[in-house]
Design a protein. Sequence first.
Length: 617
Amino acid sequence: MISFRNFALRRGERLLLSNLDLTLHAGWRVGVVGRNGAGKSSLFAALMGQLEPDQGTLEVPVRARIAAVAQETPALPEPALDFVLSGDGDVHAALRAEAEARAAGDWEAVAAAHQRLEELKGYDGLARAGRLLHGLGFPAETHEKPVADFSGGWRVRLNVARALMTPSDLLLLDEPTNHLDLDAVVWLEDWLKRYDGTLLVISHDREFLDNVATHILHLHDGKATLYAGNYTDFERQRAEQLRQQQIAYEKEQAERAHLQAFIDRFRAKASKARQAQSRIKRLEKLAGTEAVRVERALRIEFPEPLKLPNSLLSLHGVEAGYGADARILTRVNMGLEVGDRIGLLGRNGAGKSTLVKTLVGELMPLAGELRAHPDLRIGYFAQHTVESLVAGTSPLEHLRALAPEASNQALRDFLGKWNFPGDRAFEVIDTFSGGEKARLALALIAYRRPNLLLLDEPTNHLDLDMREALAEALSDFEGALVLVSHDRHLLGLVCDRYWRVADGRVEPFEGDLDDYAAWLRARPAEAGAAAQARTAAPVAPAARTPPKPKVNPYKLQNAEAEVARLEAELAECEAELADPSVCTDPARLAELGRRQVRLRQALDQAEEALLALYAAS
């Protein structure tokens, strides 16, 4: 149980939170929401003991184990699997002690390490770490890759996996979905729903909060209010509270006016003086209910495109990738017309970004034909777009580079529509938040008046209000749109069709996002690795997804045979590991250890695939 008593917290001179009195019970999954700057991350810092309260107390059980996602990951040489496993420090240390004892031929120490692993239930530690990596989108062949070789976004995923690996009673996750694809978000939701500790998660993804949270903690105006239920429940309850508050305010104001009128009229009359005094006392005792302050809704817009030709772009038999030896997509057949609203679905690495880069012209087709209308004008937001903004310059200077002949007032008017009003247009972007930089990048795209928007994860760092504003603007956009996003709320509001990118193919997906989540859960576990083996079946844009066939009995037999084969290989490997003579050959011992890990992971995946086939048959 976590208790805040008259709790207050400052950052510098700014009072973030004050007079907090609330209790969070064990086992709750609490979504922490509020506008940027409301104090969400500072609250997490206080829970981790990194900030002291300026007033009151924060009580966290003394022996509570707290896990959180690290903000930075150094360029470590250790393999990804070891990095994640180190999240469970005791198991990691015991496994290392066992390996060192084996290498030294110290069988007494080996026995002690075995006993320690039994106590910790640590023999499945490697398998758990492998499952976490797999669930967060790491193909099996990357598990032994050094941490230093991963990009920033993938290191964030490694930090998430390591936090999930850490034994904890309290798990703190700050925007865990920002660098995940939709497949990994669905997997993370399922994992968190099985977590038996207390969870606090900061997120701007309302669908994620709807599926995970049992409570919502809303930070606003220096206060924190706790609501039971998920994010949709919170919105309903808060709307009703605000409605009741406004009714009470209006009722009180009417009573105030009535009392004041009586006082003003009869205060000077002796016969009414006592009644006037009584009303003065009543007026003084009124509660002073505040009027509901209507926060200005953020609104942005994409101007009308300069031209709107019907057929904007088409691909015929296109193969896409990064060279003959790195073909990602094969035989892509699709077209884009004015009014199309396409959402791309598929795990990271399946080829969504490759397809978008091919559409925008960053990658030339390896084969086939790409036809673009002469009047095609593309607005492209990629995950690196924000980083391409020029440090040391202002929003006005960025816009001036696009329109050197435009007047300052016209440029400032445009920036004002994207919530950079007044002097904000002159501020250096170095001090901007990630969300403000993303908003500026989108504004620069909108200024060019494109007729085709290609948006690859545009919502990272955007808060809920900005996401709603973006959804509204995209819904009103008159051109065509192709959207890659892990935000299902945005996809659901904006897109009317989905294309699934999987196994080297791009094909229409008939169904909604719930259907896609169900497809993911039913998909065999090894599908992510199998996606590397590309097939070349042509895809017709108008084709419908065929009904699910019954499982071929030969496929079932093959899956059963694969499980049996892996079990036999694993038994053989573990028998060799148990042979004392192996310890005299450290290189062989290390090779067998790595083989054991790979076989266990492969067996776990094969068993899951077999279970999926059983369920489908």
